[in-house]
Every structure is written in C-alpha cells, then in structure tokens.
Design a protein around this ligand. Structure first.
Ligand code: GYE
Length: 342
C-alpha cells in the first residue's frame, strides 16, 4: 500500500549486513517499505540526518486504523521524522519480520501497534541489543520485562469500557427497566482494547443487579464479522436482546442492518453502544440508530513524533501517554459537533 511521500535511498554503510544480505535488504525495503520524509530529497546534509522511525502498523481493518495511519504519515511529514512504515496485514509474524528489518536497517526508533499482547519478547530483546528504543502505539504487550519498551502511547481502554457501562446504567434508569439483557461483540481476541474494554465494562455493570450479559461473541474488529455475529445473535435471542455493546464502530455498522432485517429498530428496540466515534458512527448516532459512542482517538501521530525525537536526542520520555477522551450520546446536543477526521 502506498501512503504518499518518496522512497529514500538506503544508506548501506550504516547497515552491518553482508553483501548478499544487503541486496536482499534493499530489495525488501524497496518492495515493502515506504519511507516518508518531511524534507525534499535535495535538501542539505543536516536535514538528511533526520530521525528515522520504523513503524509497523497492524493492518487496515477499520476507519480508526486508516485515520491512525494517515495521522502518523501527516505528523511525520510535518516534523523532522523520516517514516519507514510497513503494514502487518493483521499478522503477528509479519509485524515481527518488519521489526527485524527495522533493526537490520538500524533505524533510530522503532514503533509498532501490536495485533495481540503475547509473543514479542524475542524480537524486542533483539531491538534492545541493537540499542534501538521501542515505542508502543495504540495497543499494549504482555511482558515480564518492561524495560523492552520506552513508552506507550494509546488510549485508556479500561476507561472506555467504564464510560460505555456508565452510559448504559443511566439509560436503564431513564427507561425504567428492571432487567437488561446485553450481548457483547468483542474485538480481536487477546488484543489490549478487547481485554480492557471488556473488563472496564464488566467491572462497572456487575455492581448493577439489572444487568446480565447473555452472550459475548468475537467479532474481530471487522465489519463483516460484526454482521455475522449479529445474525447469529438475532436468530438465537431476537427481541430478548435489550443492548448491544460492540467494541468498535466497524462491527457496530455491520451489526445494525442485521437487527433491521430481523424487524427491530436499532437505537429504539435495542440500545446500541459502540466505541471509536468515527464520522460514520457519529452520523448514525445522529440518525438515532446508535445511542452512545465512546471516543477512541486515532490521532496519536504528534505524540509519537515528539517521543521519537526525544528518544533520538537521549531525553527522558513519559512511560505512558493516554490521550484525553470522552463520549457522544443521545443525551447530548450534537448539532455543533465538528467533523471527526476519521
Ligand atoms: O477501536 C478498532 C481498531 O486498537 C484502538 O482497533 C484500536 C482498535 C479500534 O481496529 O476500530
């Protein structure tokens, strides 16, 4: 996938690989990487010594992800950071291979959005041995060795689950309901947003005896899976369902037509709660088919560029950076809401 910018020539002397290794490296870098730079290829030496940031994006599964990629590309262009970006196609092994290429290429800083939490220690030890600092973007990893990571930049997913549940408790109060049956469509199994959105939501609703989750089903953060899950849920429970709690907008947007096909009105017969708050979901919220969307901002590019710059300069960085987030819902006047940008 081409994100814009220009291909930058590889500085072979910088790389400590053999001749044949170098050839393979150039080829693989040219084929699979894009280096996007804020400066033109003709600029002077000082500017060509910009920070080189290797970034492994996890995929293209959602509007959130596309917005995140675009923001990182734009913020790299606006700063003195040359970006070497690879798309992991939602495969951990592709992401690990990309990180290894960044190490071989001796980038200044490595960043990645891990598809799942487990299984990164080996490659991160290789980065540490090479003296390259690593930044986590968006999602977290599970490791016994926190020193492998210099900084985490991403949302407080637990709090997103809490905000979704708090809204539901208020909604149940306003509807005067005594019993609330919830179905949950979850994101990718073992990913941080899936685990934490679920635990924030569950920890909050378990204090309220009206709430029962009748089924939790994996929708993998994909629109098509969201539709498939909802088809199954409508067949199994139909009008028994009071609430759909979906871990992202993409799955929500896939689920809504399935509710309508079953003859029910999303947003009225079934309360719909989503997470991300991309433009399409906000439009559907305004139409009344979604009741609440918790915000998860993909605009992490500026923090990433600032952090990479500090790391390159040997400055101290914050260990965890959470963007500020809120929620949008049918309790609010949304007429003045500006465009979301993703
Ligand atoms: O909610 C979803 C995406 O990790 C926060 O991944 C991200 C999630 C986001 O595909 O839409």
């Amino acid at each position: 996938m081409f994100f814009g910018g220009f291909l930058k020539t590889v500085d072979l002397e910088k790389s400590a690989v053999s001749n044949s290794g170098k050839k393979a490296l150039i080829l693989s870098v040219l084929i699979s990487s894009i280096i996007i730079s804020g400066c033109s290829p003709h600029k002077d030496k000082v500017q060509s010594q910009n920070i080189l940031l290797g970034f492994s994006q996890l995929g293209t599964e959602s509007a959130w992800r596309s917005g995140n990629t675009a923001d990182i590309v734009n913020k790299a262009k606006a700063s003195k950071v040359s970006l070497m970006m690879e798309n992991g196609n939602r495969r951990q092994e592709d992401q690990i291979a990309a990180i290894r290429r960044f190490i071989a290429y001796q980038v200044d800083v490595i960043a990645f959005s891990p598809i799942v939490e487990e299984g990164w220690d080996n490659v991160l030890l290789e980065a540490k041995d090479a003296g390259i600092p690593v930044v986590l973007v968006d999602r977290d990893i599970s490791t016994d060795n926190p020193d492998l990571i210099s900084c985490k930049i991403g949302a407080d997913f637990y709090n997103e689950g809490v905000m979704a549940a708090d809204y539901l408790i208020r909604k149940a109060d306003s509807l005067g309901k005594k019993e609330i049956k919830i179905v949950e469509i979850t994101g990718t199994k073992d990913s941080t947003p899936m685990r934490k959105r679920q635990s924030g939501f569950m920890d909050t609703i378990k204090k309220d005896s009206r709430m029962t989750v009748i089924e939790s089903i994996n929708g993998d953060f994909l629109k098509s899976c969201g539709a498939e899950c909802m088809r199954h849920l409508m067949k199994k429970y139909g009008s028994e369902i009071d609430v759909v709690f979906s871990h992202n907008d993409e799955m929500t947007l896939g689920a809504l037509p399935e509710i309508e096909k079953a003859g029910l009105l999303p947003g009225k017969d079934i309360v719909i709660i989503s997470i991300d708050a991309g433009q399409e979901a906000i439009n559907v919220l305004k139409e009344g088919k979604i009741n609440c969307v918790v915000e998860c901002t993909p605009m992490l590019g500026k923090e990433l560029m600032d952090t990479a710059t500090k790391l390159k300069n040997g400055e101290k960085v914050e260990k965890v950076i959470h963007p500020k987030e809120g929620y949008f819902c049918d309790e609010q006047d949304l007429s003045e809401l500006s465009l979301r940008g993703y």
